[in-house]
Design a protein around this ligand. Structure first.
Ligand SMILES: *[C@@H]1O[C@H](CO)[C@@H](O)[C@H](O)[C@H]1NC(C)=O
Length: 486
């Protein structure tokens, strides 16, 4: 942007030149204001400078230079609309004042008002005075920019929003003050899912206009749609400040305000461990908002967390799952995993912690939770062989063999079909393992010391352990059923 910099330096020095002019004809009061304005300007206090230029304009409304000075201050403050009014006034009073005309052309260009920019810049160029060369250079860009506007709309029309964004990026570099370019880029960002960018563009577009109620409305809706409820409330209030009777803004405001309050209440209840109130408030959010999933997510998330602290744990699982369907965050996976642990569902808990780690491998809570779940799972897996055979810990070998025969007969997989058969196979293996351990004095002693001699993880699985062979020793019946591992 070399041209811009050069132009800006030149404009600035021209301004300084005019600001330094001593206007002998002015009353001392006006002169005083101009002097103060100049001083504040030199210190970069634009707003204070502006007040003095207001007073100077009031005191001497026929002086084009005062308007020009105020216009440049407006520009520096980013208030293009008022700058344009002042430059227009200057040119009414003194049509051949090329600095003002050039400035106005530049502002029009930055606002993407290419036809107006063309007129002013062309005029400055053919007058062959101040800024003639710069005006020519900018003028030569205008057709290209106007073409890009059409190109952007063409891409939007073709639903090629990535290309449209590229065109708008280029355009906005030259025309940063055109709200409609920002609005249009915002739409394309939205279409390709860049909601944050869409919000940024809309916000700028709204700032560039002083009365953009629709912009604030859209902004508020966007924030709400991604679950940013307090931000949504802030923007919708801006709309109502401009127009308290704006129908759409008003009804959206009522909704957002209600949900915002409930969210704050449920969080406060959570903070003071008042879980039943937390649940009540969160459920009210689900009642109040049936459509926006990202808002419902917030309520589901709270319900997932709060139910964990009640004795209705299984409800926690439902809400965690509802929330996870909307958005998958590591913390939420951990919340659900915690609930699974409380329900002794260790496999599920492990799976959720692993999901969390898939999103963020350094997630501390997930790492710790995973270790804990694995440990608990192992503990839960440790079999109590006495219990499996339903004998006392003091049972004799004969009692154990008798109990084994009874149980093995009862659970022989041949007696079952389908799903039940699988379950019986599992039982049958456990029963055989229990007999294996409890009828062998050495293994039984090991087991009594808290070690499972058959624990596959210990790597000491007894040689040739085959539950069915063992069974045959006692039964002598042919081994008929097909065993179905897995
Ligand atoms: C923005 O889009 C609207 C509607 O699609 C269109 O009418 C308008 O000309 C566009 N403005 C710019 C500057 O691209």
């Amino acid at each position: 942007m070399e041209t811009w910099r050069r132009v800006q330096v030149k404009i600035y020095s021209t301004c300084l030149f005019f600001l330094a002019l001593d206007s002998v004809a002015l009353s001392s009061d006006v002169e005083n204001h101009l002097e103060m304005g100049r001083n504040f300007l030199a210190r970069g206090q634009l707003q204070d400078a502006l007040s003095h230029y207001h007073a100077a304009v009031e005191g001497d409304p026929g002086n084009y230079l005062t308007y020009f000075k105020r216009g440049t201050v407006y520009l520096a403050l980013g208030k293009a609309k008022f700058a344009l009014l002042d430059f227009g006034k200057v040119l009414d009073l003194k049509p051949d004042f090329t600095s003002a005309r050039f400035q106005r052309g530049v502002v029009y260009m930055k606002q993407a008002s290419f036809e107006e920019a063309k007129k002013d810049l062309y005029n400055v160029y053919i007058n062959n005075g101040d800024f003639s060369a710069e005006a020519n250079e900018l003028y030569s860009k205008l057709d290209g920019l106007a073409y890009d506007v059409d190109l952007g709309l063409y891409y939007q029309d073709q639903n090629d929003h990535a290309s449209a964004v590229q065109i708008y990026d280029r355009l906005i570099e030259h025309c940063p003050w055109a709200p409609s370019l920002r609005e249009n880029r915002s739409q394309s960002h939205l279409k390709i899912g860049n909601i944050q960018h869409a919000i940024m563009d809309l916000r700028t577009a709204t700032k560039l206009q002083s009365d953009d109620t629709d912009g604030y409305y859209k902004l508020s809706k966007l924030h709400y749609s991604i679950g940013q409820v307090s931000e949504s409330l802030r923007e919708i209030r801006e709309c109502l400040k401009l127009d308290p009777d704006h129908k759409l803004c008003h009804s959206h405001y009522k909704q957002v305000k209600k949900v915002d309050k409930l969210l704050i209440d449920s969080q406060s209840a959570f903070n003071i461990k008042d879980y039943s109130s937390c649940i009540t408030f969160s459920k009210k959010i689900l009642d109040a908002e049936k459509n926006e999933n990202n808002v419902r997510f917030l309520a589901n998330e709270k319900l997932c967390q709060c139910y964990q602290h009640t004795d209705e744990l299984s409800l926690s699982l439902n809400y965690c799952s509802d929330a996870l369907e909307i958005s998958q965050t590591p913390d939420l996976y951990c919340d659900r995993a915690d609930a699974y642990i409380e329900n002794s569902m260790f496999d599920e808990a492990i799976r959720d912690y692993e999901h969390a780690l898939g999103i963020d491998q350094d997630h501390r809570r997930a790492n710790e939770g995973l270790q804990k779940a694995k440990k608990l799972q192992k503990q839960a897996e440790r079999k109590d062989y006495y219990k499996i055979l339903n004998v006392k810990r003091t049972a004799t070998k004969q009692e154990i063999v008798k109990a084994y025969r009874k149980a093995a007969q009862q659970w022989h997989p041949d007696n079952f079909q389908g799903e039940a058969k699988k379950n019986a196979e599992k039982k049958f293996i456990e029963i055989a393992a229990a007999k294996e351990v409890l009828t062998d004095p050495e293994k039984r002693a090991q087991f009594d010391r808290g070690i499972d001699p058959l624990d596959p993880e210990s790597g000491r699985h007894p040689d040739g352990f085959n539950p069915f062979q063992q069974f045959h020793q006692f039964h002598g019946s042919p081994f008929t059923f097909k065993f179905n591992f897995n």
